[in-house]
Design a binder for this molecule. Structure first.
Ligand SMILES: [Zn+2]
Length: 260
C-alpha cells in the first residue's frame, strides 16, 4: 500500500518507518528495497483486504488523482470494509484491476462499491489487444468511435470475462485511448475515448467526457431501436409469406375439389 497511518496521519513509506494499516489497524512496516516501489506491508501477514492488489500500473493510475482520493477505506453498513484505489470527489470509485476476476467476485465488488468504474489492465495478456482489434474489424460500425459486436464472444476471452458487468468497464492497453466495453441487449458495444479526457473528467467533472457517455448511450439506444425495427419488419414479411403460402394452398384445394 502507498499509505499507512503514523499518529493518525497518512504517510508514504520511508526507510525504518513503522505505521498502522488504515483498514485493519494492524502494524505495518515500510518496505524500501530496490526491486519494488516503496510501499507499506502488514507485519507478519498478507494484506488484510483480500481485494487488494498493487502494481506499478496501479501506482501510475492512482498518481493521476489527488493524494487524498487514493486508497480510501470504504465501509458497508454490514461492517465489511475495503480499500478503494481511488474515490473521486463526485463519488465514483475507480478500481484498477490487473488480475483476472471471476464473475461472482466481480459482482460482489460492484455491489459493495455501487458507483464504480473498472479500469482493466489490458496488457496482462498479450493476445487481448489483437483479439480486440480483430473483433472490431468484424464489427458493425455505428459511428467513427462506436462499434457493435455480437456472436463473437467465444473468440475474445477478455470481452467474455467482462461484458456481463453492470458498471462502466474501461480497458487500458497502454495507449492514448481507452476502450469502453458497453453491454446492451445481448450485444456488446465498444467505443474509444482519449485517456486524458477520462482522467480530466474524474479529476474535475468537466471536459468532453461529460458529453461522451450520454452520446454513447444515445447511439446504442438508437442502434437497438433500429435493429429491433428491422427485426419486426422481417418477422412481418415472413408472416406475409406464410400467409400467402396458406392462401395458395387453400386455392389449390378448392380447385382440386371443384373438379369432383
Ligand atoms: Zn490492514
Amino acid at each position: 500500500m502507498r499509505f499507512a497511518l503514523i499518529n493518525g496521519q497518512r504517510q508514504e513509506a520511508q526507510p525504518r518507518l513503522r505505521g498502522t494499516c488504515p483498514a485493519c489497524g494492524d502494524p505495518m512496516v515500510a518496505r524500501c528495497g530496490n526491486v519494488r516501489i516503496r510501499h507499506w506491508a502488514h507485519l507478519g501477514r498478507l494484506v488484510c483486504d483480500p481485494w487488494w492488489e498493487e502494481t506499478s500500473w496501479h501506482r501510475d493510475w492512482k498518481a493521476q488523482f489527488p493524494v487524498e482520493w487514493q486508497e480510501l477505506v470504504q465501509h458497508a453498513p454490514s461492517g465489511e470494509k475495503h480499500i478503494a484505489d481511488v474515490k473521486t470527489e463526485r463519488g465514483y470509485v475507480l478500481e484498477f484491476q490487473h488480475s483476472p476476476l471471476d464473475p461472482q467476485e466481480r459482482r460482489a465488488r460492484e455491489d459493495f462499491y455501487q458507483r464504480m468504474v473498472w479500469v482493466i489492465d489490458g496488457t496482462r495478456r498479450s493476445r487481448d489487444r489483437s483479439q480486440l482489434l480483430r473483433a472490431v474489424e468484424d464489427a458493425t460500425t455505428i459511428s467513427s468511435e462506436i462499434w457493435r459486436l455480437r456472436g463473437f464472444l467465444d473468440d475474445c476471452a477478455f470481452l467474455r470475462d467482462w461484458h456481463g458487468s453492470r458498471t462502466q468497464v474501461v480497458f487500458d492497453f497502454g495507449e492514448d485511448v481507452l476502450w469502453f466495453v458497453f453491454p446492451a441487449n445481448g450485444r456488446v458495444y465498444i467505443a474509444t475515448f482519449p485517456r486524458g479526457g477520462f482522467i480530466e473528467f474524474h479529476r474535475t467533472g468537466a471536459g468532453e467526457f461529460v458529453q461522451f457517455y450520454p452520446k454513447l448511450v444515445q447511439a446504442v439506444t438508437a442502434d437497438i431501436a433500429r435493429e429491433q425495427g428491422l427485426l419486426v419488419r422481417q418477422q412481418a414479411q415472413q408472416q406475409t409469406l406464410v400467409a400467402s403460402g396458406f392462401q395458395r394452398f387453400m386455392a389449390r384445394r378448392q380447385r382440386h375439389r371443384s373438379r369432383f
